[in-house]
Design a protein around this ligand. Structure first.
Ligand SMILES: Cc1cc2nc3c(=O)[nH]c(=O)nc-3n(C[C@H](O)[C@H](O)[C@H](O)COP(=O)(O)OP(=O)(O)OC[C@H]3O[C@@H](n4cnc5c(N)ncnc54)[C@H](O)[C@@H]3O)c2cc1C
Length: 452
């Protein structure tokens, strides 16, 4: 095929598409190759024929601190598809009628968080003050660096003298939701980074940002159009099988499963680590830079979607404490376009779900229903019309202590080959923001080498 490609991007999730859009905006001719029939990778949605609803593979929450992601979404003209909350407000339930809210105050950040903690009734007054002190100590530890990198979240809580109740009702729900793994193995450094960016910075950084449309509609269509308007190409069902090296070890082309070879001046891999390893030329696999990627592991997320014959709650979003289910999202209150066939549509999320990921769908549905009825007894009156259990077994990179040394940089030992993906070394856990930061960094690296 033509040499006119400046850049081939492999993979069309948030990382690949944000890289492609940034490159297209700088005048590069880009070809995006996505193996699946649809764009979006691990953050996608599909239309459910029976209910008329758009179903996300898992509820994705953005936050005000996702500056690169929000900028990317604005760049493709999709900002009006987002709902911006002004303040952080989370209802947390420990049982029926036992509700407390984490609600940031109107004070400028980071003082706004003081108000949230002081008003959080699941903690005793002493625990609230202790949690505030712990937050300040954590920020100081972050500034000093070093020590946090060697601690898990659970060990950090020991150091900070946090009670079991404070862990279960405050620290661990945040940690598991943002790091997607258990506190006993998750990195304290990653949690500190999340807390600094999301909770101890500007007030608006703490607030949630939801998509009012299905995830694919939020960013895939707009990104594709952006790249195509700039003369680029976005292909689906284009499975890359091999990166082919030429003179001097540079990547010369990619070989696709359908037999085609596509050449380019530069290549970005925006696929997960496990897939990348399969694409590498033989001598690259031996290079320690790439060899260590095989040691990265992943952690699952289970999302159970349930449609009811009535609306079970008017809360848009509730955290459950002390149950297997961690969060409940009320899709009828979040999406602007409502499938009207079934009045109730809730989605239940379990992150870091290693221990239960192999249970059958019926058992997982039963867990969601048991937890819902425990927290919201009125739900017993409602009849389940339809359910859908979506297991993402390799949802995100496990945020363990080893991951710090294993996560690679955007640039590689191969001069015209770059990496992007939520698992690249961005200092953040594997999130959309991490994916977009890496995608845009890969684009910048290419632009700067090309002198643009
Ligand atoms: C259920 C769930 C809930 C989540 N919730 C949140 C949340 O609330 N907030 C948040 O910030 N993050 C969340 N995440 C994480 C977020 O989805 C990811 O961080 C992000 O989508 C990763 O994007 P990516 O582009 O790095 O990778 P991917 O989305 O995995 O994209 C990689 C793409 O490469 C393609 N590909 C792979 N191999 C090949 C090949 N050989 N040839 C061509 N194409 C190939 C894949 O098909 C895929 O489309 C969640 C993830 C899951 C699974």
């Amino acid at each position: 095929m033509s040499k006119a490609n400046d850049v081939v991007v492999i993979g069309a999730g948030f990382a690949g598409l944000s890289a492609a859009v940034a490159l297209a905006a700088s005048g590069f001719r880009v070809t995006v190759l996505e193996g699946k029939p649809a764009l979006g990778g691990r953050a996608y949605s599909f239309a459910d024929a029976e209910t008329g609803d758009f179903v996300d593979n898992g509820q994705h929450v953005l936050m005000g601190c996702y500056t690169e992601t929000l900028d990317f979404i604005a760049q493709i003209g999709a900002r009006d598809k987002l709902v911006f909350h002004e303040d952080l407000e989370i209802e947390m339930l420990t049982g029926a009628g036992r509700s407390a809210r984490l609600r940031t105050s109107r004070l400028p950040g980071p003082l706004h968080m003081t108000g949230a903690l002081l008003g959080y009734r699941h903690l005793s007054i002493g625990e609230r003050i202790s949690a505030m002190r712990a937050g300040l100590r954590l920020l100081a530890m972050r500034r000093r660096g070093g020590e946090l990198r060697r601690l898990t979240v659970a060990q950090l809580m020991d150091r900070l003298g946090q009670s079991e109740n404070a862990r279960q009702c405050f620290w661990y729900p945040i940690s598991i939701a943002t790091l997607n793994d258990e506190p006993e193995s998750s990195s304290a450094e990653l949690l500190a980074e999340v807390l600094k960016r999301a909770f101890f910075s500007r007030r608006r950084d703490s607030a949630f940002v939801y998509s009012r449309v299905g995830l694919s509609d939020l960013y895939c269509t707009g990104a594709k159009q952006f790249v195509e308007r700039a003369g680029g190409v976005v292909e689906t069902r284009a499975i890359v099988e091999l990166l082919e090296q030429g003179e001097g070890g540079r990547i010369e082309s990619v070989r696709l499963r359908d037999g085609r070879r596509i050449e380019a001046a530069n290549f970005i891999s925006a696929v997960p680590a496990a897939q990348l390893i399969r694409l590498l030329p033989e001598n690259a696999v031996a290079n320690v830079f790439f060899a260590r990627l095989a040691e990265l592991t992943s952690s699952p997320i289970i999302c159970t979607h349930v449609w009811f014959d009535r609306e079970v709650t008017d809360s848009p979003f509730v955290g459950f404490i002390g149950t297997t289910t961690q969060w409940m999202f009320n899709k009828r209150r979040i999406f602007s376009k409502r499938g009207e066939s079934h009045p109730g549509y809730l989605s239940f999320v379990i992150s870091g779900a290693r221990k239960i990921v192999d249970l059958g769908n019926d058992e997982l549905l039963a867990i969601a229903m048991r937890d819902l009825q425990k927290m919201i007894p009125a739900a017993r009156e409602a009849n389940v019309v339809k359910s859908l259990v979506l297991k993402e077994k390799q949802a995100t990179m496990a945020p363990d202590l080893r991951s710090h040394e294993l996560r690679p940089t955007v640039t590689t030992p191969i001069p015209n080959f770059f990496l992007a993906g939520d698992w690249i070394q961005t200092g953040l856990p594997a999130t959309i923001e991490s994916a977009v930061i890496s995608g845009r960094a890969a684009a910048r690296a290419i632009a700067s080498r090309a002198g643009r």
